[in-house]
Design a protein around this ligand. Structure first.
Ligand SMILES: [Zn+2]
Ligand SMILES: [Zn+2]
Length: 357
């Protein structure tokens, strides 16, 4: 039996929907019918062939898509905690469940990390069905109160931002948080940091994105296209510098500006991965880190074991992942959405919800 899937055949060449074989569950895995899968700039990077320095450059052909929610249709014989018919969230950061990091609650940076949709070991979720390896660890059963549309909004931008703000940034009540780059990750970070009680400042080049940031709770914004030094503006707004900075984009300018926005004792959270310009490396003012005792922390995905706390905040209405969902689309529209990202002119997140046909 075959199914529709968005297949990367050649880097940077137009993407197409092809018929491919349906997945079969491994003994410890499951197959889920994909209910929704967000379209993300990370898919674009993978399509461009970026991120070989990160291990996220699959050999084509490869199915893209890494933000799925689904309904379990088949489980392998070793799976104990998930069963057919269950609705699940599927993190992109697949873990082994056995290494010391997994055993210590850090499955998102598992020693045997496999990136869904980014590595050949895990064909992606712009497809009618997706395979989830090691399902007892990697599938997150959803509570009944969270509908498919809400769950579909929890894709990498949202769960990654949650981990970045709640755990790695340890954002607390009353702190000032500056978010550089108000795309999907950045706007999620604004919303989540606001929910955690912070005063959030959004920085971007596009007025439309800054307006969204304000709607999502930003107390101030800086239009980086209008000022010489956005970091200086942030230091003025915060009376000396922010407590926490976020680089949601991963380009040299946003990373530098984010770090330069911090006050003494500040914490920088790096969420965005760099582009083919930086190739994984950005020069930073290290002596400033010493003088100001600045912390620089990375943040990758969200461990499945800590999904429940994010889902609790969604159930209680403090977080709403649907506010970033721009519209729902058909799988045949996914290649065009990704192509539009080449021009950087997308605001909000389309979620693919129709896969057949
Ligand atoms: Zn592991
Ligand atoms: Zn993503």
């Amino acid at each position: 039996m075959s199914m529709n899937a968005v297949v990367l055949e050649e880097f940077q060449e137009p993407l197409e929907v092809h018929r491919v074989d349906r997945p079969e569950p491994e003994p410890d895995g499951l197959v889920a019918k994909v209910e929704g899968c967000g379209v993300c700039r990370s898919d674009w990077h993978c399509w461009q062939g970026d991120w070989d320095w990160f291990g996220y450059r699959p050999d084509p052909p490869h199915i893209l898509g890494h933000e799925p929610t689904g309904t379990v249709v088949e489980v392998g014989e070793e799976v104990e905690n998930v069963s057919e018919g269950q609705e699940i969230a599927i993190p992109f950061n697949f873990a082994c469940g056995k290494c010391s990091l997994c055993r210590n609650g850090r499955e998102n940076i598992c020693e045997n990390h496999v990136g869904l949709g980014f590595m050949n070991e895990a064909p992606g979720a712009f497809a009618e069905e997706v395979h989830v390896p090691n399902a007892d660890v990697n599938a997150v059963p959803l509570p009944d109160s969270i509908d498919a549309e809400t769950a579909a909004g929890c894709g990498c931008r949202f769960m990654t931002s949650y981990h970045g703000m709640a755990h790695q940034g340890d954002v607390g009540r009353g702190e000032s948080v500056v978010v550089h780059g108000c795309g999907g990750i950045g706007l999620s970070a604004v919303h989540i940091a606001d929910a955690l009680g912070a005063n959030v400042i959004g920085v971007d080049l596009m007025e439309e994105k800054l307006e969204r940031a304000e709607k999502l709770g930003a107390v101030a914004t800086v239009d980086a296209s209008e000022v010489d030094d956005p970091a200086k503006e942030v230091r003025e707004i915060t009376d000396g510098g922010a407590d926490v900075s976020v680089d949601a984009l991963g380009i040299e300018a946003t990373c530098r500006n984010a770090v330069d926005s911090l006050g003494k004792g500040g914490r920088h959270v790096q969420i965005g991965l760099t582009t083919s310009e930086e190739r994984g490396e950005i020069p930073l003012p290290t002596d400033e880190f010493v003088a100001k005792e600045i912390e620089f922390v990375g943040s990758l995905g969200l461990q499945p074991s800590r999904y429940p706390e994010m889902l609790d905040m969604i159930e209680s209405g403090k977080l709403d992942p649907t506010i970033l969902v721009e519209d729902t689309i058909d799988i045949h529209a996914v290649p065009g959405e990704l192509a539009a990202m080449t021009e950087f002119n997308t605001v909000g997140i389309p979620v693919c919800t129709e896969f057949g046909g």
